[in-house]
Design a protein around this ligand. Structure first.
Ligand code: HEM
Length: 429
């Protein structure tokens, strides 16, 4: 049976027949609102062969969550005992980009992943994150001051973009004056993971990798000479206790932190504000106290997260429900945002309902992944989201949309192009 006609608002490119999925991620009917497609997938059992990704799309919450933690799956099928990826076949013009990727936590498996991740955990302690709260608050207010009396504002450009980059730069120990460079390098590098890559965008990503690495090499050398109270210096100190990082490893860790540390958070701030504005819920009750604020942030992360796809490879033969048997090397495409809308995990999954997270037994969202690659920045992201949303709605309690929000053509980095609001009449100076 084809489901393409039975559920409203499915994208034109969508077909799901006999467990095989056809879907174009660049179909605006999909990337503008992927949730009807996810619902259709889940209704049909939550597993489907998707030739476009050369693997199996997985949408069920219990399956996505368990595969993320299952050591029979890995980010890579490492042939080396160190758990390193083999990028030797990559073209020459991408040498600098893959030079950084080769040491990226996201591309590594144990034992190298364990060694680098534990070094980072030593530097990335809760105390260092919590201490940032007053700075994030001041920054959010400064940005709100910038548009508060304007007739219209674009909350992506005016609020969501500048906040996370300045927070992560401050945490790591990069001067605020470099924020624009960081954004530029990061955008050029992240373009490598989006559809429609061209030779030009590959060259731009490679140049950005070279420039970014050079910038960090100089900065690390300066911090070695005169340490400060920042994450680069803490990493250098942790290195002395727990074995050396080679220069490239330290640079890759910092590039990942700087890129991961703001790209997803930018989108989540935008998606979260949109979800709240469209829900019709009164901000004063959503942010009544610590418990409701935390529940609201969690619901924004469930309802419309920024990262929709992470892949894993089977490291041995694995049986999945629905009679699917994977062989070593087979790929699964974990649809994190589909799992968050699975009716088997969340009642009324398509309703924005923060109170579901007041219940301690609520299922954990899949938005930050799980298992050994679980997002190391999740506590920082939650803190930034909470402060950003609290300050925005405290200053602008009657905020309303001033135009139809549109998502970017970049499905698995799911975020808005623009988010226009009319602050003038409803915000407090
Ligand atoms: C709303 C914001 C964020 C979201 C939704 C998010 C999501 C994720 C997800 C899904 C993964 C796991 C990937 C996998 O399992 O393959 C991940 C990994 C990671 N994230 Fe985040 N992230 C966010 C913010 C941040 C921030 C603020 C930082 C840094 C300060 C950060 C740093 C990292 C790092 C370093 C990893 C790799 C961990 C590893 O492979 O061991 N993320 N993130």
């Amino acid at each position: 049976m084809s489901l393409s006609n039975s559920i409203p608002a499915l994208p034109a490119s969508f077909r799901l027949v006999a467990g095989r999925l056809e879907l174009d991620p660049r179909d605006p009917g999909f990337f503008e609102n992927p949730y009807p497609t996810y619902a259709a997938l889940n209704e049909a059992g939550g597993i489907a062969r998707w030739d476009l990704v050369d693997g199996w799309a997985i949408a069920r919450h219990n399956l996505v969550a368990s595969i993320l933690r299952d050591r029979r799956f890995g980010r890579i099928v490492a042939e080396s005992p160190e758990g390193r990826p083999d990028f030797s076949g990559k073209p020459d013009h991408l040498r600098a980009f893959y030079g950084l990727e080769a040491h990226s936590l996201l591309e590594l498996e144990p034992p190298t992943h364990t060694r680098l991740r534990s070094l980072l955990t030593k530097a990335f302690v809760a105390r260092r994150i919590e201490r940032l709260a007053p700075k994030i608050e001041a920054l959010a207010d400064e940005l709100i001051d910038g548009f508060v009396d304007r007739e219209t504002a674009d909350l992506i450009a005016d609020f969501a973009v500048p906040l996370p980059v300045r927070v992560i730069a401050d945490l790591i120990g990069v001067p605020a004056s470099s924020a624009d460079n960081l954004l530029d390098w990061s955008h050029r590098m992240v373009a490598m993971y989006t559809p429609g890559r061209t030779r030009e965008s590959e060259d731009a990503a490679n140049d950005a990798s070279l420039e970014f690495a050079g910038f960090l090499r100089d900065l690390i050398a300066a911090k070695r000479r005169s340490p400060a109270d920042d994450l680069i210096s803490a990493l250098i100190a942790a290195e002395d206790e727990a074995g050396k990082l080679d220069g490239d490893e330290m640079i890759s860790l910092l590039v990942l932190l700087l890129n991961a540390g703001h790209e997803a958070t930018v989108h989540q701030i935008g998606n979260g504000v949109k979800a709240i504005l469209e829900s019709g819920e009164a901000p004063a009750s959503l942010f009544r106290d610590d418990r409701t604020s935390e529940a609201t942030v969690e619901e924004t992360l469930r309802f419309d997260p920024p990262l929709h796809l992470f892949e894993r490879y089977a490291l041995e033969a694995v049986d999945l429900p629905g009679g699917v048997t994977l062989a070593r090397g087979d790929k699964v495409a974990l649809l994190l945002a589909a799992a968050n809308r699975d009716a088997a995990a969340y009642a009324e999954p398509d309703r924005f309902m923060p109170e579901r997270f007041l219940d301690r037994a609520a299922k954990t969202v899949t938005s930050f992944g799980g298992g050994i690659h679980f997002c190391i920045g999740a506590p920082l992201a939650r803190l930034e989201l909470r402060i950003a949303l609290e300050r925005l709605f405290a200053r602008c309690p009657g905020l309303a949309l001033a135009g139809e929000p549109r998502y970017r053509d970049s499905w698995h980095f799911h975020g808005l192009e623009r988010l226009e609001v009319a602050p003038g009449a409803v915000c407090r100076l």
